[in-house]
Design a protein around this ligand. Sequence first.
Ligand code: ADP
Ligand code: MG
Length: 314
Amino acid sequence: MGEFELIQHYFKQAPCAVATNAISLGIGDDCALLIPSPLTELAISTDTLIADVHFPALGDPFLIGQRALAVAVSDLAAMGAKSIGFTLALTLSTVDELWLKAFSEGLSLKAQQCSISLIGGDTTKGPLTIITITVIGEVPYGKALRRSGANSGDLLCVSGYLGEGAGALPMVLGEKLPETILLDRYWSPIPQLALGVALRDKATACLDVSDGLVADCGHIAKASNVALVIDLTKLPCSPSLLANYNEALCRQFMLTGGDDYQLAFTLPSKYLSELTQQFPNVQVIGRAEQGAGISVLDEQGQLVTLAQTGYQHF
Ligand code: ADP
Ligand code: MG
């Protein structure tokens, strides 16, 4: 099977490549053509996943497809953007049709869940599998959720359970007996798109937690020139995480584990009750204060010292 057949068969004809009103031209020409809504800004973000760095090379290709798209779309959610389309740059060492079929099916399932369409890409041969996804979304002019708007006095909130991705990782790597719920959180994160849209006129700063809560909240603190105080006792720990790890590890995963793709955001307190009615998983975990940096307080209000704050690539 040649390059063009491969593109045609596994991508152009796949359910993920279905055209919408915002797409005037999809896969097949030199560029895709999009029609953004009037008075919107485009939100664009790229994520690269490298075999055996970001996913196990021999992992289930269906799950790899799901996860690759989910982590990319999560950045749109974090900006309060609505998804439009994505491109897929795929480097493969061989054409493995079974792998491609399952990968395309996983990609398509997640694309449907996230209302996003495959609009183009690039297919190349290389020594190992590399998946690069660029997502494109739109947000009403001036309404995007940046990292830089937090004010002293705002609440610090998260969209749901933390630490599940980190708790799943030893299972993904075959170092611990697998547990279905945690594995599903790792392989199929759910981008918080509806929450992101709801936060447009409320949150003062927002991001998605990909590298670890403390490290990522550090980005908000720095960009916003505030201090963020996290109350350890308020962090939402899932029953699955608790069932598989002791309390100390759960806390470590919640504070510094990556791969959760929950949103962390700062919110003026007047919006909290309305927001939690619509999104009951939203949890207040701390507050913004004058100053700089992140501090974590334990049940006695004592400062917790952390060995590391999150995942770093270098
Ligand atoms: P060009 O040489 O003009 O850059 P290509 O021959 O690489 O175009 O690709 C042909 C068409 O197929 C283009 O529309 C491109 O966006 C699309 N395409 C290539 N690879 C992929 C892929 N992995 N997934 C989706 N679309 C792809
Ligand atoms: Mg071209």
